[in-house]
Design a protein around this ligand. Structure first.
Ligand code: PMP
Length: 390
């Protein structure tokens, strides 16, 4: 037998797996299918060019040239796109969305000599598990309940000898469960990181989308062990690809070198556009209020459809973000094809599972799609469920 050619080897390299959600969205876009699967923002809630139309002068040197400091904030104003408070620019690296931030942190954290372990919420964000796996990290899933990561479970694993290099959390309105890490658990998590010397990667793209009267989550305590990731994708536009890392300056300097090798720098044009949009703080906070109002209505519409058509579903309590995590109490392994036949798409919980099965849960998104159709979408889902479980 002849050895496979390089092209054959590379084209069948299974370190690169496709996100289940991306594959699913192809079906979800078929005519007649109502989708509760995607996690993109509602386009009608994003600003139109009429709301603000910043004329960006492409001949301005900071737009035309790339940033010579290895993609650090391209200008002081870009730093301010990352935070409403004046940021310390040495702590900030602007990235192509928080997905690139995750990739850079993962590359930096990989041990050159051995397989490194990464702890992740279970169920956890698919884009994170995908990037950790693709770099050869070994994943350990730690359960999530309505107060976020089961930090007690993590403490038990650490006491038993687990030595991760990273612990990934999506602390506010987690994708997929909607859960928010409680202040006590956040405190304990950072203490554990300091005791056992691992880095906490706090990926927080939904933090601005608090939909209840409760105050937004308390951020993780300050510590050199904490790397915070942020994104403009949920509040302004995912297509702009603007996110950021906020971390200890020593880590940021290294991450800037990792990024230099990846893409030299994040689009300066887009950074300036974001900085310009956010420089009007009155407009920005009114925009965020508009988003919250819009998503509050969408969530209410989806929640009432679930209550009406899936009365036995256990919905994880959540205070915002994009998702409802529903435990249907029965194995839903075969529900997706049946649901597509009935004209509705959703994401099966199993897609987010790390070590613990999530076969009875599904993720429903209220972030996009026509909210007047949510009732019909969940009615179809309930019909598909009845057809597969009868
Ligand atoms: N983290 C989480 C938890 C997400 O849900 C998403 C978007 N689905 C991302 C990161 C990626 O966002 P970005 O567009 O900023 O790369």
């Amino acid at each position: 037998m002849t050895a496979p050619t390089l092209l054959q080897q590379l084209s069948s390299d299974d370190r690169w797996t496709s996100s289940v959600i991306r594959d699913l969205l192809v079906h979800a876009r078929q005519p007649g299918v109502l989708s509760l699967a995607g996690g993109l923002p509602a386009v009608e809630l994003l600003p139109s060019s009429a709301a603000r139309s910043p004329p960006i002068d492409c001949s301005r040197s900071e737009v035309a040239w790339h940033c010579n400091t290895a993609s650090r904030a391209a200008s002081p104003s870009c730093g301010s796109c990352c935070s409403r408070d004046a940021p310390d620019v040495d702590r900030i690296l602007v990235t192509a969305g928080s997905q690139q931030a995750l990739d850079l942190v993962t590359r930096l954290a990989a041990s050159p000599t051995e397989t490194s372990t990464v702890v992740i919420e279970d169920p956890g964000y698919i884009g994170a598990s995908q990037v950790f796996r693709s770099h050869g990290h070994q994943l350990v899933g730690i359960g999530v309940d309505a107060d976020g990561l089961r930090v007690d479970e993590l403490a038990d694993h650490l006491a038993a000898g687990l030595r991760p290099r990273l612990c990934y959390v999506n602390p506010t309105f987690q994708n997929p469960t909607g859960a928010t890490l409680s202040a006590e658990r956040a405190q304990r998590l950072v203490e554990l990181a300091e005791t056992y010397d691992f880095l906490v990667v706090a990926d927080d793209p939904y933090v601005e989308l608090a939909l209840d009267d409760r105050p937004a989550a308390t951020p993780l305590p300050e510590s050199p062990q904490v790397i915070r990731l942020g994104s403009m994708s949920k509040t302004l536009s995912p297509g702009l690809r603007i996110g950021w890392i906020d971390a200890d300056p020593r880590l940021v300097a290294q991450l800037a070198l990792v990024k230099q090798a990846a893409d030299l720098h994040t689009s300066t044009f887009n950074q300036l556009l974001v900085a310009d949009v956010m420089s009007d703080s009155t407009w920005w906070s009114a925009h965020l209020d508009g988003l919250r109002n819009g998503y509050r209505q969408r969530r209410a519409a989806l929640r009432s459809a679930v209550d009406r058509h899936l009365p036995n579903a256990q919905v994880t309590p959540q205070g915002g973000g994009f998702f409802l995590w529903c435990d249907l109490g029965v194995d839903v392994d075969t529900l997706l094809p049946a649901a597509l036949d009935h004209g509705v798409a959703f994401v099966p919980g199993a897609a987010f599972a790390i070590d613990q099965p999530a076969n009875t849960s599904i993720r429903l998104s209220y972030s996009s799609g026509d909210q007047t159709q949510y009732d019909e979408a969940v009615r179809r889902l309930a019909a598909a469920l009845a057809a597969t479980t009868s």
